[in-house]
Design a protein around this ligand. Structure first.
Ligand code: GDG
Length: 486
């Protein structure tokens, strides 16, 4: 796919997506590549298909302008517009590496011990949300639809409603959402919740996050949720009460649990491609093991990369029969580079992999092969095709698209999946494990390795069916249909 961004005049838009960054990053030779991230990766095909304007921030260069407007041309066809609110490097650092990474990220994923308070960052967060609101208010056509993405822009809905009450506003949170005791640690909790409630429709991946959000709004803002009995069935992520709307300040805000799906458009084409299949077969042969395990993710503490190494160690300790027969290929895409906490995590992961490989490895076999880089999408699909088992063990995850992409691309296989990833709610055919316990994950892997073919195929069929029917197009059309009905 060839992408080019060309300077263009600003244009009123009927459909706007707002997310903190755009889907493409410029590389040294002046070309554009897609950013590897669940949110941008998912919204890019959405915009390619719907058209409209994508509003995000960009870095302000030497030029004086504070905003930049461009046309995105994909394979020589203009597809959508991109409007950048330009931030000075220090503002971008305070907004992204600062407030959203230090304060919001750990709280939303329930890691309060990682929260940091740096004075002044909240003001930058508010300022960036205000700049987005002003830009969108200027360019939205009358009664346009604006779909705001994720926690970087939690204040935007209320700010925008004040400036443009005619707009239809939707918000989707791609992360998890914690219970009130954890969210309440944020000193800015009221403003953040009030900001999101500026919307007509708020989407979450699974009912539990909507329930947690409603409980926070009730406790901290006095909002009134409309509760219904949930069907928890003992699952870690299923709430006993669910909420599909709440009332606050004389308005009713709808809540929707809608798990994001993978993009079939790109994956089907690549999985059917002869070159991808040949790459997969060659890779499997070169690895020279009976069973290839795969994990692929951004390097992030919520994904539990070190805990996963411990689980592989436990597998060989409790089931030494797998030594020399199983290898984990671990793709760790660099993320938030330069942020000290994430740099430390990279070192810890390398160290853990290195120690395990030197203790158990042989001249011809390694327990773990670690790739610390972004692979082209075709290679990633090749790995999906080559791997007998996909290992998805985040300590917590909003959804996790890798599990769904693996199930979508193949006819058979197995997924070992953290019970704390939203995907566990959507994919009951996966072997569910507790990622905090290396022994439990090890048993899950052993189970996947020894499943009878009939049970394995049955489990896989249900995951494949869900991943193919509830794909990205289904998710986008369902959300926008619900928003249009309000
Ligand atoms: C958030 C939430 C939620 C991975 N390695 C490579 C590569 N990838 C692609 C996969 C997949 C995406 O990155 C990662 O998806 P996740 O679902 O793990 O997303 P996060 O970045 O954590 O983002 C998450 C998601 O938003 C969507 O709502 O599911 O819970 O945290 O699509 O294919 N892509 C390429 N090379 C790689 O090496 N090209």
């Amino acid at each position: 796919m060839a992408v080019d961004l060309v300077q263009a005049e600003r244009h009123p838009s009927e459909f706007i997506i707002a997310s903190h960054r755009g889907p493409y990053a410029r590389h040294e030779d002046g070309g554009w590549t897609r950013r590897v991230n669940g949110v941008f990766g998912a919204m890019e095909p959405v915009m390619r298909n719907t058209g409209g304007t994508w509003v995000c921030w960009g870095l302000q260069g030497e030029e004086e302008a504070t905003e930049r407007h461009r046309l995105v041309v994909v394979d020589e066809e203009p597809r959508f517009r991109m409007h950048e609110v330009l931030l000075k490097p220090q503002e971008a650092k305070e907004f992204y590496e600062g407030f959203t990474t230090e304060a919001l990220w750990p709280i939303l994923f329930c890691f309060p011990s990682r929260l940091q308070f740096t004075p002044g960052l909240w003001d930058t967060y508010r300022m960036v949300n205000e700049r987005f609101a002003q830009a969108i208010a200027r360019m939205a056509a009358p009664r346009a639809t604006v779909w705001i993405q994720d926690f970087h822009l939690m204040l935007l809905p209320a700010l925008l409603r004040r400036l443009r009450p005619d707009l239809k506003l939707g918000f989707f949170l791609h992360t998890a959402f914690p219970p009130p005791d954890v969210f309440g640690i944020l000193p800015w909790r009221d403003a953040l919740l009030d900001g999101v409630l500026g919307c007509d429709l708020v989407g979450f991946h699974i009912p539990l996050y909507a329930t947690n959000f409603a409980r926070c709004c009730a406790r901290y803002l006095g909002a009134v949720p409309h509760w219904e009995k949930g069907d928890c069935g003992g699952h870690a992520l299923a709430p006993s009460l669910t909420c599909d709307r709440l009332t606050h300040g004389g308005r009713t805000v709808r809540l929707l649990a809608l798990g994001i799906g993978a993009s079939r458009e790109d994956l089907d084409r690549l999985a059917a491609d002869e070159a991808t299949r040949a790459y997969a077969a060659d890779l499997k042969a070169r690895m020279g093991v009976e069973h290839l395990l795969l994990s692929a993710e951004r390097l992030d503490y919520v994904k539990g990369p070190v805990e996963r190494v411990r689980a592989i160690e436990a597998l060989f300790e409790y089931h030494p029969e797998w030594i020399d027969r199983v290898t984990l290929l671990q793709v760790a895409v660099p993320s938030r580079e330069g942020v000290p906490e994430f740099e430390r995590l990279k070192d810890l992961t390398h160290q853990a992999v290195g120690e395990l490989n030197s203790r158990l490895g042989t001249p011809t076999w390694r327990p773990i092969v670690n790739l610390g880089k972004t692979l082209p999408l075709q290679e990633l699909v090749g790995l999906y095709l080559a791997a007998d088992i996909c290992l998805v063990t985040p300590l917590r995850d909003g959804m996790n698209l890798v599990a769904k992409e693996y199930a979508l691309c193949r006819e058979d296989g197995a997924v070992v999946l953290s019970e704390f990833a939203g995907a566990a709610f959507d994919l009951p055919g996966a072997i569910q494990v507790n990622p905090f316990s290396p022994a439990h994950v090890a048993e899950g892997i052993h189970k996947a390795l020894t499943l009878r073919a009939r049970e394995r195929r049955q489990r896989f069929r249900s995951m494949r069916r869900t991943s193919r029917t509830r794909d990205l197009t289904w998710w986008r059309t369902t959300f926008l249909r619900e928003l249009a009905r309000i």
